[in-house]
Design a protein around this ligand. Structure first.
Ligand code: 5GP
Length: 186
């Protein structure tokens, strides 16, 4: 596979299986993962600098003021943003980069980088999404309610924004679809 300095933006509600699909794809290709900045606290097992750059609001706001973020959004009372410099560097050197971000941010990336490839991962149904969020066990009831509401809004805009919709009812098929986009012919 040859990398071509492309920007893949993968979006989709929390519980859609997006993160697992992305982890699998990252292990099978040399596409680089863009490590986001966030003000939320690390979950067990998450490593600073690898899963996220964890920081407080002041530090995050400084990044916004310095124009260091390609996009940023508030999601579920926390700030999330994509540092621009590592992407410019990687893409400039012909390496592909993949972003795992929510839909408001994806919209901003599309504006700033119209050449980016927008992918939306969706669960088969809202019922299935709720079931997955509850099974995860690391999310409170109130958080689940918030995330379900956000998901409904996201689904509504995904159709017009995204180039590819992956319905995740079968994990390996969804992984293969994303792999095809990255490694297949242009
Ligand atoms: P979580 O807190 O579950 O890791 O992520 C919550 C949501 O924030 C996910 O939908 C994830 O894709 C999104 N997210 C992660 N990093 C970024 C980012 O840099 N920018 C934006 N806009 N969303 C992000």
């Amino acid at each position: 596979m040859t990398a071509r300095g492309r920007l893949f933006v993968v979006s989709g509600p929390s519980g859609s299986g997006k993160s697992s699909i992305i982890s699998q794809v990252l292990s099978e290709t040399d596409v680089e993962f863009s490590v986001s900045a966030t003000t939320r606290l690390p979950r067990p097992g998450e490593v600073d600098g690898r899963h996220y750059h964890f920081m407080d609001r002041d530090e995050f706001k400084r990044m916004i003021e310095e124009g260091a973020l390609l996009e940023w959004a508030e999601y579920n009372n926390h700030l999330y943003g994509t540092p621009a410099a590592p992407i410019e560097r990687a893409n400039g050197e012909g390496r592909d980069v993949l972003l795992d971000i929510e839909i408001q941010g994806a919209r901003q990336v599309k504006q700033n980088r119209p050449d980016s490839i927008m992918v939306f991962v969706t669960p088969p149904s809202m019922e299935e999404l709720e079931r997955r969020l509850r099974n995860r066990g690391d999310t409170s009831d109130a958080d689940i309610e918030d995330r379900l509401e956000i998901a409904a809004g996201q689904l509504a805009v995904a159709d017009e924004l995204c180039d590819h919709i992956l319905v995740n009812d079968d994990f390996s098929e969804a992984v293969d679809e994303l792999l095809d986009l990255i490694t297949g012919p242009a």
